[in-house]
Design a protein around this ligand. Sequence first.
Ligand SMILES: NC(=O)c1ccc[n+]([C@@H]2O[C@H](COP(=O)([O-])OP(=O)(O)OC[C@H]3O[C@@H](n4cnc5c(N)ncnc54)[C@H](OP(=O)(O)O)[C@@H]3O)[C@@H](O)[C@H]2O)c1
Length: 331
Amino acid sequence: MKKMFCTIMHGIGRVYETLRFGSGILHWVTFWEGIKVFAILGATGKVGQTTATALREVGVPVRAVVRDRSKANQLAALGCEIAIADLQDAPALARAIDGTCAVQIICPVCAQGANASKEMGRSIESIGKALEAVQAPAVLAISDYGAELDSGTGVTMLFHALEERLRRMASRLIFLRSAEHMENWSRVIKVAVQTSALPSLHHPLTKLFPMVSAFDVGAIAARLLLSPFEDHVSPRIVHVEGPRRYTPLDVAGVVGALLGRKISAYELPRTDWSATLRLGGLSESYTQLVIDLYDAHNAGRIDVQPGVDETCYGKTEFLDALKPLMPSVLG
Ligand SMILES: NC(=O)c1ccc[n+]([C@@H]2O[C@H](COP(=O)([O-])OP(=O)(O)OC[C@H]3O[C@@H](n4cnc5c(N)ncnc54)[C@H](OP(=O)(O)O)[C@@H]3O)[C@@H](O)[C@H]2O)c1
């Protein structure tokens, strides 16, 4: 019933949108208000906050789901409703998303978790139960390149599990498969600052790989949420990457340009991966997931899924994604 209501309202909303663009008289955004609320999980994060902001900028009602109210001031100032829930607390999550027409979900992995897979598995199950409890009509899940593969992809296997769990539900689905976030490199830049060398797990150094700014992922997610779910097969699979692909040599060039000195990329020998990642503070279980992921990357297994032709491109270049992070990296 709820699903039918949302479908009808979404359809009417589209008519108003068309009229607005056709005549310039009607303001469809005003029309949306009071009808549709979008729930955004992880709303204090880079992706979630960008989506929430983009939706609020066009006047769409947003319920920002956060686990810590003290971090929600900026979201409240944007006009978001605030709901409190931990991703691993299914009843609280169900209350937080109840009555919304679409839910954007993320499933963060805890890099320090003693059993990272098990912890993410708990979040996946909790999110799945909450979505089922409220019969969420539509769900956009932030997923990962390579999530269609069912073995040997480490961290990405967790997104495979997430997609499989969501496919069991009646909701209309969008899987927004994100390439590696450009912002991840901020962790490695500290090493480059100290040693003028940039270790890479991507081998060889001339290999082009996809990356995207997390903020572009959030903005594209907002655009997808606003496009009618019913116009596409479910699950609608969309890949998102940056304006172009980069090699580890390109990455070192950009870091060097930002630091004002030469930075040389080198292939971190595979035998050193485990110790290096552990030194960086990753738990043993997460380290293994990262190793398996980069083995899959270097074997050329992680890319746009063959036969899936919807890919979006963020506008942010790698240099522009890193620039704002430099002050905190340089400390
Ligand atoms: N990094 C990549 O290369 C990559 C690639 C593909 C997909 N992804 C996906 O993209 C997602 C979003 O990325 P992002 O850049 O927005 O991450 P982010 O900036 O680190 O934000 C993570 C968000 O998740 C929230 N969160 C974490 N654990 C939670 C819990 N137990 N209960 C409730 N909220 C919790 C955080 O809340 P607090 O502010 O309270 O900590 C924060 O709002 C990631 O979680 C991952 O699933 C990432």
